[in-house]
Write a protein of this length. Structure first.
Length: 196
């Protein structure tokens, strides 16, 4: 098996998972658009804890629009292309960052598809977190969840890797700092025995 073939065998399950997440995101959005009128809401868990609410989001974060739709589309698809190439390299290196990048890429593509087809993003997961800083969390979707989990994983893995490198480098520094002392001690012992 050549290196290219081996790399392909390592990569294709990741892109299959990527496509699966995107299909799940688009399927759930389609079902919401087809079965729930805009702004209608159905309780799923309790009356307020978890609801299914149909919202069309023209913005990015919490519905806020920072840039125009054409620029948002260019940015979204460009970022998706860069992340797709980056994911390929991470998978080939068995880099742990491949997990958060996969989720982030799936979320970026899922919402970019919505903006390309409809000009807005379909949101429907309406959750309430008691005693949180907001009265109610913004309505979100599967793609948003992937982006959030991906960012959280990326921060966590980065801190873990930093701690691992820091711990692995500490003994080497201690060894270097101890070497002159041990040499000087041996020299002193040798000098003392020679003088006798």
């Amino acid at each position: 098996m050549t290196d290219d073939t081996a790399a392909a065998h390592r990569v294709w399950p990741w892109y299959t998972a990527l496509i699966g997440i995107i299909v799940l995101d688009q399927l759930t959005k389609y079902l919401v658009r087809a079965n729930l009128n805009l702004h209608d809401s159905i309780p799923l868990l309790g009356e307020e804890l978890l609801r299914l609410t149909h919202v069309q989001n023209p913005g990015i974060i919490f519905g806020h629009t920072f840039i125009s739709l054409p620029l948002l589309l260019v940015f979204g698809w460009t970022a998706s292309l860069v992340l797709a190439v980056y994911l390929f390299r991470l998978v080939r290196r068995h880099d742990p960052l491949r997990w958060p990048v996969l989720l982030f890429l799936a979320g970026a593509i899922g919402n970019s598809i919505d903006r390309t087809l409809f000009g807005t993003v379909t949101d429907f997961i309406d959750a309430d977190f008691p005693d949180f800083i907001m009265d109610r969390w913004a309505v979100f979707n599967v793609a948003d969840s992937c982006v959030t989990v991906g960012i959280t994983l990326m921060i966590w893995i980065t801190f873990l890797e930093y701690g691992r490198h820091k711990n692995s480098s500490a003994p080497a520094h201690e060894q270097l700092s101890d070497t002159p002392n041990s040499i000087s001690t041996q020299d002193c012992a040798g000098s003392a025995s020679g003088s006798d």
